[in-house]
Design a binder for this molecule. Structure first.
Ligand code: GTP
Ligand code: MG
Length: 201
């Protein structure tokens, strides 16, 4: 799929402020600093569409980007930000849970995992919680440019083994690198196919 246009629409504090749910939508979620905003820029070929930062906690709201006047990409704030207070974490949870559970046009959520690490507690907790909602999701292992191929394979295998302890079926998994533009085609093909199945007036 070709990206002909990509524009920022709005930032929302709560799902009720989001644009009308009249087009298919795809959200990116994962730990702070995992590369959600960078991935959105990479797949749209727009370096500054979503704001990125080397400091965790950059994205704070639900950000909608309209792609090809036809579907939305959504950049979400990350979890597990070490310097956030308990209060902030609770606010984050509420904002994200309400968005995920109530956004009727959400077709698929991409859960991003830093490919450099073995399974981390907060990522596993998030995946397990998400799995329990029965909402569709796909895991993307990010920053693969920062790790050797054999280590990447080992980390992904470890993830599969860990998830299999709890889940009988594994989610689809992709790999990405925003610096190498890896994963772009896979992600866009998946969105394209899903868009074709989606029914909106
Ligand atoms: P929050 O908004 O804080 O939750 O973070 P985020 O998940 O949106 O991460 P962001 O895209 O802002 O990227 C965080 C840092 O990681 C930035 O310094 C990026 O340049 C870097 N980064 C993101 N993706 C990649 C990647 O694929 N490879 C490398 N080497 N660096 C990356
Ligand atoms: Mg961000």
């Amino acid at each position: 799929m070709k990206i002909k246009s990509a524009e920022f629409v709005t930032s929302s504090k709560i799902y009720t402020q989001c644009p009308p749910a009249n087009m298919p939508e795809y959200a990116f979620i994962g730990r702070s600093n995992v590369g959600k905003s960078s991935l959105i820029n990479m797949i749209t070929d727009r370096k500054k569409l979503a704001k990125t930062s080397s400091t965790p906690g950059k994205t704070q709201l639900i950000n909608h980007f309209l792609i090809n006047n036809d579907w939305y990409l959504v950049d979400l704030p990350g979890y597990g930000y070490a310097r956030s207070s308990k209060d902030d974490r609770e606010k984050w949870s509420k904002m994200i849970d309400q968005y995920l559970l109530n956004r009727e046009s959400l077709m698929c959520t991409f859960i991003l995992i830093d490919a450099r690490h073995e399974p981390q507690k907060n990522d596993l907790e998030f995946i397990d919680g998400f799995g329990e909602t029965a909402l569709p999701f796909i895991i993307i292992f990010t920053k693969t440019d920062k790790i050797k191929k054999d280590q990447l394979a080992r980390n992904i295998e470890k993830y599969k083994l860990t998830l299999k302890e709890k889940w009988s079926e594994l989610p689809q998994m992709l790999v990405s690198s925003s610096t190498l533009s890896q994963g772009k085609e896979d992600i866009l093909n998946l969105i394209d196919k899903t868009n074709q199945l989606a029914k909106f007036d």
